[in-house]
Design a protein around this ligand. Structure first.
Ligand SMILES: NC(=O)c1ccc[n+]([C@@H]2O[C@H](COP(=O)([O-])OP(=O)(O)OC[C@H]3O[C@@H](n4cnc5c(N)ncnc54)[C@H](O)[C@@H]3O)[C@@H](O)[C@H]2O)c1
Length: 478
């Protein structure tokens, strides 16, 4: 029986291994992590991450051929294939600080694999890593191997949170990179055989190691660039009276461009886009390509600009001061259908409003009070380290209240900011909300989900990203 072990039971390790276990009943899959609470949660009814469809998959396989454990060494030593899906944060100090990937967790996982292995293994990079990481990992493994042979493969993960299970069951492609030697090809074949249980052959792409590593960074850079491009246009729309929804639709109708990922918003978030682009920028700089580095850097700068622009719009519309005004924040997760808040634009928007002394009342259907307060008090990049290394949760943040209901959150508020596109925010009773708010009542829609005409009719002053502004936002109240 083939045994698979995955180091790192996070947003990637958990769902990907659950789907492999579901589709390959004859393979035993163990997911291991150093975090005891995380593993306990995977073994309970309250999984550590919210992901539509995940519960069902886990329930079908757990205890049969899918196991979650903190006994990292035992499962690694028994495995034929070891996936490494640990976090790869941005370095916060030293060489490459603020850009380069911090491979501390990866390197310690590699050293542990070398220490405990008694038989040959395929080691698979599942984490997103800089190009040429496999070379470094190969060195660590072979120099500590006691004669055991290791083959390194790169198999980056392309799932999107919120749709992870659908993406894993029906991937656009599976990418496997390996050495172009006989042993390398055999290893690629072995991993290909795993995916071939449910993925059509023509969607499994085999490349050399460096192409696979770079393709992941490139794909995230292209995706983020699309969002920054449409957000750049949204600023021009507001200045000219064009409507970004109409512009996106017209642009996306070109088959070469396509309609997806063209929604203007308050900015992209999530654990990957910024981190991976910074990493790409750093690699370009190290390879003497400053023009290429600056090109990609601009994608992040534009994203930061969009968040700042949103905060400025809120403050300037509200007579240039939000001090002690109650502002409701609807949505804190970085997108709908996930409880993940890593790099969520809501964090920067809230920090910006707090900087102007606003009182915040925050509601998100999936994010806990503890998580929101942690996010608002954490330094940049701290979030991407295992929980036990993060600062303890603060008791309270002055001026922030987290509530469990949108109506309670909006009561007596001066303004509401929609920062996540949760479906339930489309269908709220805005008339009821308006009646319970201070006047003038403002709506700042950072996701373009409300019906602007209808809300204006109710009496709201509405700002929507990239839409024609009403007279108010030009500083000329009607
Ligand atoms: N989240 C996504 O949507 C996504 C998508 C594609 C790729 N990725 C990449 O996948 C990697 C993992 O991302 P994630 O979102 O799952 O991160 P995560 O933080 O949710 O999970 C990583 C886990 O690894 C564990 N860990 C760290 N060091 C360990 C060690 N030495 N031994 C055992 N466990 C260890 C941590 O405790 C944590 O639970 C990152 O490189 C990320 O860039 C993420």
């Amino acid at each position: 029986m083939v045994k698979i072990c995955c180091i790192g039971a996070g947003y990637v390790g958990g769902p990907t291994m659950a789907v492999i276990a579901l589709k390959c009943p004859e393979i035993e899959v163990a997911v291991v992590d150093i975090s005891v609470p995380r593993i306990n949660a995977w073994n309970s009814d309250q999984l550590p991450i919210f992901e539509p469809g995940l519960d069902e998959v886990v329930k079908q396989c757990r205890g049969k051929n899918l196991f979650f454990s903190t006994d990292v060494e035992k499962h690694v030593s028994e495995a034929d294939i070891v996936f490494v899906s640990v976090n790869t944060p941005t370095k916060t100090c030293g060489l490459g600080a603020g850009k380069a990937a911090d491979l501390t967790y990866w390197e310690s996982a590699a050293r542990m694999i070398a220490d405990v292995s008694k038989s040959s293994k395929i080691v698979v990079e599942k984490s997103t890593v800089p190009v040429k990481t496999a070379e470094a990992i190969e060195k660590i493994l072979t120099h500590n191997s006691k004669g055991i042979s290791f083959q390194i493969l790169s198999n980056p993960e392309f799932l999107a949170e919120g749709t992870a299970i659908i993406n894993l069951l029906n991937p656009d492609r599976v990418l496997i990179g390996g050495r172009e030697t006989l042993k390398g090809k055999e290893a690629i074949q072995m991993l290909e055989d795993v995916y071939a249980h449910w993925v059509p052959k023509d969607r499994i792409i085999c490349t050399n190691l460096w192409s696979a590593e770079l393709s992941k960074l490139a794909a995230n850079a292209f995706l983020a660039q699309r969002i920054s491009s449409v957000n750049a246009m949204s600023a021009l729309c507001e200045a000219t009276g064009a409507d970004i929804t109409q512009v996106s639709y017209a642009v996306g109708k070109d088959a070469r461009i396509g309609p997806k990922f063209l929604n203007a918003s308050v900015g992209f978030g999530g654990s990957c886009f910024q981190k991976d682009i910074l990493n790409l920028v750093y690699i370009c700089e190290c390879n003497g390509l400053p023009v290429v580095a600056n090109y990609w850097k601009q994608v992040i700068k534009l994203n930061d600009y969009q968040k700042t622009r949103f905060v400025n719009q809120v403050v300037s519309s509200m007579f240039n001061t939000v001090a002690d005004k109650k502002i409701t924040v609807l949505g804190f997760a970085f997108k709908k259908d996930t409880g993940d808040t890593r790099e969520s634009p809501a964090i920067d928007v809230c920090k910006g409003l707090l900087g102007d002394k606003a009182q915040l009342s925050i509601y998100d259907p999936q994010v806990s009070e503890d998580q929101i307060k942690r996010d608002l008090s954490m330094s940049k990049f701290d979030w991407d380290h295992p929980a036990h290394l993060q600062p303890p949760s603060p008791i309270a943040i002055e001026k922030v209240r987290v509530v469990r209901d949108a109506y309670e959150a909006t009561k007596d508020a001066h303004a509401l900011c929609i920062l996540t596109e949760w479906e339930e925010f489309r269908t709220l009773d805005y008339k009821r909300i308006y009646e319970n708010m201070q006047k003038p009542a403002f709506v700042f829609d950072g996701r373009n989900i409300v019906n602007v005409k209808r809300l204006r009719k109710i009496g709201f002053i509405v700002y929507s990203i990239g839409k024609p502004l009403d007279a108010w936002h030009h500083g000329k109240p009607e």
